[in-house]
Design a protein around this ligand. Structure first.
Ligand code: ZN
Ligand code: ZN
Length: 90
């Protein structure tokens, strides 16, 4: 691979990543491997979003409340048994 000296702009053939002194001016050239530029590192992926909690509406009093993964839940307001729809319908 060919790198260019940062001081005198001489192009130098080097076998690969590493540190090499410029044959023209003696300046140390640092050759980084491809893709290792710290300015091009992708940011870490965001943490996965928490699963939304099922929310049901009581048919008796209209209260909306969050339930767990159950088939039916008692309404905390009036005590009526409220069916929980399948995932994806709410
Ligand atoms: Zn040089
Ligand atoms: Zn209710």
């Amino acid at each position: 691979m060919i790198v260019r000296c940062g001081r005198c702009r001489t192009e130098v053939e080097v076998p690969g990543p590493g540190r090499y002194p410029c044959p023209a001016c003696g300046a140390l050239m640092e050759v980084r491997p491809r893709g290792a530029d710290p300015g091009l590192v992708a940011p870490p992926p965001p943490p996965p979003a928490p699963a939304p909690s099922p929310r049901v509406e009581c048919p008796e009093c209209g209260l909306r409340f969050i339930v767990g993964a159950v088939e039916s839940a008692p309404c905390p307001n009036c005590g009526a048994s409220v069916p929980v729809p399948d995932e994806g319908t709410w």
